[in-house]
Ligand binder design. Structure first.
Ligand code: PGA
Length: 253
């Protein structure tokens, strides 16, 4: 279902006391300032903090998400975490295809396609990230590159599986750099992504797909970005570590 949507990707930040304090502040601010209809909100802490953050969230609204998992269902994979385990501790969502995992952990489109199936089979919804590097943008190859990420990574899913996926457009040059895509740049790529979904599936599924923008999205620029017709919300890194900023972004529709 297409909906206004804000997810916080905490990456490898925060200790247990810090995570509890941040979550408590977010829940309190949301209760005070967004008591009625809200966008779908998701917090994605690191693995060791999931249970504690889930406990603080309770039934308050924001859902719990994780940042990664292993492609196999279970077994002898020392140090890894399964999608089923994430689901069993209360995760509804998981991020997949983030550029940091593609770059530092060599996750390619074929592996991501496999991981997608594992996540969906475990009952998780997936926030599937795509996005180009600065070199790719400057070479005028953004659409080809993202088209390939979608075709090879995502479009092996059935119609029903696609409904469990949120797509996030995250230009690598905008992540953690303070350099945000302009709303026109974001809209252009979001419209392209929706068009690709329509071509691979159908217009109804495309119209129902939630597409987020990520990359230096903050409380100052969120409203302008979210006002674009194909931008349904944001995947927020740095600014999701501050309760005030995360809640302000959640109010930017
Ligand atoms: P940023 O990160 O908001 O800190 O740029 C976004 C992301 O990596 O999801």
């Amino acid at each position: 279902m297409r909906q206004n949507f804000v997810a916080g990707n905490w990456k490898m930040n925060l200790t247990l006391p810090e995570a509890r304090a941040l979550t408590t502040d977010i829940v309190r601010l949301l209760a005070d300032e967004l008591p009625g209809a809200r966008p779908q909100l998701v917090l994605c802490p690191p693995f060791p903090l999931l249970l504690a953050v889930g406990e603080v969230l309770g039934q308050s609204g924001p859902a719990l998400g994780a940042q990664n998992f292993h492609q196999m269902e279970s077994g002898a994979y020392t140090g890894e975490v399964s999608a089923k385990q994430l689901h069993s501790v209360g995760c509804q969502y998981v991020i997949l295809g983030h550029s940091e995992r593609r770059q530092h952990f060599r996750e390619d489109n074929a592996l991501l396609a496999q991981k997608l199936k594992t996540a969906l089979a475990a009952g998780l919804q997936v926030i599937f990230c795509v996005g180009e590097s600065l070199a790719t943008r400057e070479a005028d190859e953004t659409f080809d590159f993202i088209g390939q990420q979608l075709a090879e990574g995502l479009f092996g899913l059935s119609d029903a599986e696609m409904e469990q996926v949120v797509i996030a457009y995250e230009p690598i040059w905008a992540i953690g750099t303070g350099r945000t895509a302009s709303s026109a740049q974001a809209q252009e790529v979001h419209a392209f992504i929706r068009q690709q979904v329509a071509a691979a599936y159908d217009a109804g599924i495309a119209a129902n797909t939630t597409i987020l923008y990520g990359g230096s999205c903050n409380a100052q620029n969120a409203r302008e970005l979210f006002s674009q017709p194909d931008v349904d919300g944001g995947l927020i890194g740095g600014a999701s570590l501050k309760a005030r900023d995360f809640v302000d972004i959640s109010k930017s529709f």
